[in-house]
Design a protein around this ligand. Structure first.
Ligand SMILES: Cc1cc2nc3c(=O)[nH]c(=O)nc-3n(C[C@H](O)[C@H](O)[C@H](O)COP(=O)(O)OP(=O)(O)OC[C@H]3O[C@@H](n4cnc5c(N)ncnc54)[C@H](O)[C@@H]3O)c2cc1C
Length: 508
């Protein structure tokens, strides 16, 4: 891409970027005695010395959730001078990245074709990147973020979600196996699988420590010479279609060449004209059940992560056992699924029927993780519950009871387990169900990077690199970018509640 075209697109022009990166490194070296530290080697850049605040950083990333932290990290690794701003701090309790853990899997057979395959491939790449991050920083920071658990997808009968995963895994030679339910029973006798006949297993899937990851990536970014500022950002000076300055609620202002808004569920609140009708932020609830004393069958590495219709979960993780994690509630019987051939129907099997790639494939949206809600909003949801700054995150008894019903059914040894903790946070759903990485249409040097759609965490290391490359103008594949454009489509207006709503499945 030429300098002109990057300029046009609001990216840092390459020659400006290189010049600015060099200047930034000089500033970062103030007070540091690290010899030979240069912009091209940001890991050495500040030698652990305090970084001086600069009135004019080149890139300001707003939002230190997992997307913003990894974006800042990759920008800094590329030599840019970066400031990361967050209203409450990296991995804070109100952010969507502030929960204990997040699943990392590549089973996206429930997503539309191009998007589903790309997510699958990027999720696979992210698994490698999480491992690489642990290798690079784990010893230094004394922790391990990603735990390979393997992931079981269990169904009473084959559904199109499983079959399309299988189809794409075959196509891309991604390791998986079809497991006979009897083998699940033998390997993991704590799971009740009597009515299960269709099981897929992805061995490389796992679980990542979420809040710790957001904080660790931010800490790594700081070690690379990046600067973290706590404060709530508001665009404060726009000149000629460019944002020149943001104001923080601390009274400070920050100027930059480029701004990246990675504000997760705050997107609609930050830019209401653009996103109020294109994003929805229902609250999701997670239960962590206390594992039985002296019983390690519910603790990593003795159990894989799992997905039953409407429910995902995984074992408690070291080093601080936050509990056996369950998201979602037990539901009624699964409606019959339509598949092209039914050789496994009704019988426990270690083979799968052919996928329905025709019109039924569109119905593959059959709840892989329990988060495939349509983004419906109800007019009677109080306004404070639709605002990530003011929403009450207390999990009500109905949520806890639903998760306990699931546990009693599928993990009966845990039926009376105490609740170790619960967590609630907002999803960040977009009207087209895909991520947004695009320019702000009225401010050419502002990027929007948000809309994880209840799946965004695992992609953090890949998305951060991708967003950084978009900002720097080095990303080569414009076809990919098309899918991440701000959607045209808007959500349906909120519906008033009906009596039936109390029995309708809520987002989980
Ligand atoms: C219940 C639940 C379960 C999920 N399970 C999974 C899973 O298993 N696997 C998976 O991959 N994903 C999962 N997700 C999705 C995943 O957690 C999110 O996609 C991801 O964490 C979003 O990260 P983010 O950085 O975009 O947003 P956030 O983590 O919300 O970060 C946004 C940050 O922006 C800051 N901010 C906002 N406005 C401003 C401002 N004006 N000034 C300064 N700072 C500001 C906030 O303080 C916040 O820290 C789940 C989501 C939910 C709700």
């Amino acid at each position: 891409m030429t300098d002109e075209s990057t300029e046009r697109a609001g990216q840092l022009p390459r020659r400006e970027f290189i010049k600015a990166a060099g200047a930034g490194a000089g500033l970062l070296l103030l007070g540091s005695s690290a010899a030979g530290a240069e912009a091209g080697d940001p890991k050495e850049a500040n030698g652990g010395a305090a970084v001086h605040a600069s009135p004019s950083p080149d890139v300001v990333v707003i939002g230190a959730g997992i997307w913003g932290s990894f974006t800042a990290y990759h920008l800094r690794k590329s030599g840019a001078k970066v400031t990361l701003v967050d209203a409450y701090g990296p991995g804070n309790a109100r952010s969507t990245s502030g929960d204990e853990s997040r699943g990392v899997r590549s089973s996206y057979g429930d997503r539309p074709g191009t998007q589903g395959e790309l997510w699958m491939l990027w999720a696979r790449e992210s698994m490698q990147r999480w491992k690489a991050f642990d290798e690079e920083w784990g010893r230094d920071l004394r922790l391990n973020l990603f735990h390979v658990t393997g992931d079981l997808i269990l169904r009473e009968d084959w559904d199109n979600f499983q079959l399309r995963c299988k189809l794409w895994w075959d196509k891309h030679k991604i390791p998986y196996s079809i497991v006979h339910p009897e083998d699940v029973r033998k390997s993991f006798p704590v799971i009740a699988v009597d009515d299960i006949s269709a099981v897929l297993y992805e061995p490389d899937a796992g679980v990542v420590r979420a809040r710790r990851a957001a904080q660790t990536v931010a800490a790594a970014f700081e070690k690379l010479g990046g600067q973290i500022v706590i404060g709530r950002a508001t665009p404060s000076k726009v000149v000629g279609g460019r944002l020149e300055e943001i104001a923080l609620d601390t009274g400070t202002t920050l100027r930059a060449d480029t701004f990246v808004y990675a504000v997760g569920p705050w997107l609609g609140k930050t830019f209401p004209d653009l996103f109020a009708k294109k994003t929805r932020i229902p609250i999701g609830y997670v239960c962590y059940f206390a594992t039985p004393v002296g019983d390690h069958r519910f603790t990593y590495p003795n159990l894989p992560s799992f997905n039953f219709p409407g429910v995902t979960g995984w074992p408690a993780l070291p080093v601080d056992n936050r509990g056996f994690r369950v998201r979602g509630s037990e539901r009624g019987p699964t409606p019959p699924q339509t598949v092209a051939t039914g050789n496994a129907a009704g019988s426990q099997s270690a083979t799968a029927p052919a996928v329905d790639t025709g019109s039924n494939a569109a119905n593959a949206n059959t709840n892989a993780s329990g988060a495939r809600q349509s983004g419906q909003a109800q007019a009677d949801v109080p306004p404070q519950q639709q605002d990530p700054d003011t929403s009450d995150r207390w999990a009500n008894q109905e949520r806890i009871d639903g998760s306990r019903r699931f546990v009693a059914h599928r993990f009966p040894l845990l039926k009376d387990a105490a609740i170790a903790q619960t967590h609630a946070c907002h999803y960040e759903l977009t009207s087209n169900g895909n991520f947004i990485v695009d320019h702000h249409p009225q401010m050419s040097n502002v990027w929007i990077a948000a809309g994880g759609n209840a799946e965004g965490f695992k992609f953090g290391p890949k998305m951060g690199d991708y967003i950084a490359q978009r900002v720097l103008g080095t990303w080569p594949d414009a076809n990919v970018d098309q899918g991440f454009k701000i959607p045209e489509k808007e959500f349906e207006p909120p519906k008033p509640a009906t009596p039936a709503d109390s029995t309708r499945r809520k987002p989980d």
